[in-house]
Write a protein that binds this ligand. Sequence first.
Ligand code: 7RM
Length: 631
Amino acid sequence: MSIKIQTLSGYLHEYQKSVLEPEAFWNRVAETFHWKKQWDKVVDWNFEEPKINWFVNGKLNITENILDRYMYTHGDRPAIIWEPNDPSEASRTLTYKDLYEQVNQFSNALKQKGIKKGDRIVIYMPMVPEAAIAMLACARVGAVHSIVFAGFSSTALADRINDCQAKMVLTSDENYRGAKVIPIKAVVDEAVENCSTIESVITLCRTGGEVIMKQDRDYWWHDVIEGESTICEAEEMDSEDLLFILYTSGSTGKPKGVVHTCGGYMVYAQFTFENVFQYTAGDVYWCTADVGWITGHSYIVYGPLLTGATTLMFEGIPTYPDAGRFWDVVDKHKVNQFYTAPTAIRALEAHGLDPFKGKDLSSLKVLGSVGEPINEEAWHWYHDHVGKNKCPIVDTWWQTETGGIMLSPIAGITPTKPSYATLPLPGIQPVIVDEKGQELKGNSVQGNLCIKYPWPGMIRTTYGDHDRCKQTYFSTYPGMYFTGDGVKRDEDGYYRILGRVDDVINVSGHRMGTAEVENAINEHPLVIESAVVGYPHEIKGQGIYAYVIADDSQRSAASLENEIRATVNKIIGPIAKPDKVQIVTGLPKTRSGKIMRRILRKIAEGQTDNFGDTSTLLDPTVVDEIIENMK
Ligand code: 7RM
């Protein structure tokens, strides 16, 4: 039996216990899982190296806690309900028994293709049940999956494959997204040209579109499973063996491979899922994220399936065939918990209330929000029109690095407040620090958000570069994990996330490093230098504003801007394309050559004066010129 909070006093009580005796608390949670061997120690840690080991010497396989566990207790219950992009195509339901068989069969296929414990496999797939099957099959045989969102370009895919030295890629012929059909096998082909570690590519037939299959490298999914047994013994994994790597953007350099390990991640994903959403047996839960992001990992696949829940997987987009699609799906599958991003809410808000007509949303019990701050207006619209004033909203704050939800109401239990992630989950010890690293105690304070004690789902390292993990998260404030977010704690002790305090921007809930976008822009042969900042965007939360110094003697500014967008599209993908490109002759720099982004951010917001201290500015006329030439 899992541990499920039932009341506010129950939450407060568990929280107290989890802070006073964290090891006893997590010991109790971990005991609700099936382990092949018990752990010797709950946690062994220091934040200096950092060293983070949970459930030390415990042995397990996460898939046994999904497949073998629920196959016998409720094998005929739906594990995954899949809703296709095109509403006229039939949906699919996989029971726990189906999932057991299909994961095992694909696990055997992976072994046949030479996959061994510890090998890395990159998954570049559409939102189909086979993506979840692929993840679980990797976990079953002890391979480390690294999912790359299928909207990333071949260059971005190749970078990730090379960084983790993957042996295999799993993909599909094409990917349906709204009215578009994207040939993703071709993207993989282009990527692996530059990836010497890749031995094989397995392709799922999703659309039947044409693909090129390379002899002795490329195989069809349906061919490799042919004749394979539906039984496959689960590999014994250490608690700290790698489960997956997921690349995420930071303020500097290329995306980092965030590493999560088997034992702690399992415990944390399950505990947070069941408690935050108050999932009860028989409910249909739907998270609209893509499995290419951490939200998809923890709250489409692992959290729900570890709970024995029914998780809905949606292949499409919110506006196809029209802006009522989400509500059609809720009605059709009688969804009970619905989890989406503020950007989707704002995009649908712009379509008015017509799309709700004729849709029965009465099955809904809980609404969730994730990925970016939810503004009050969107919060109320979500509450009133989607939840019909009767569903609590859980505004869940967390990160790729945290593995699972950290600050959030417990649905129906914690009183909510618009735009507030409210309180920490049991086991989470947040602290607010000022610029100097002094902890700001008490209520009504604002500063940078850190966590001072480990939790089972936290990042272990950045793949292949432990020092980068230390520098990024554990050096700014020694002895603490630094989140990169600003936060305020109000008079009630409730937390409100204010957004990133570093050079990371959040566009439609997607995390992006401004440096990463700049590097892509700089690949254009006529670009000399660029500076990228975020600016408030009505629907996306933040938009991307690029100031570019370029040789415009051979092109009109307009065509140069388009070429720059195309360059970013090719190097990263469509999600990183700047909303605005402004060709400038200079950037505001300090005497020591640092770009004063603060000024650029203000200009992008529409501010034209009061830039604060500009005494270190080398050439103030640059600023005037940028403002003058703004559109
Ligand atoms: C889950 C996810 C992490 C960054 C994080 C924040 C922002 C996420 C919220 C939020 C305000 C929220 N992982 N963020 N959730 N800001 N309220 N409920 O999004 O690694 O992709 O991004 O997203 O800035 O640091 S992520």
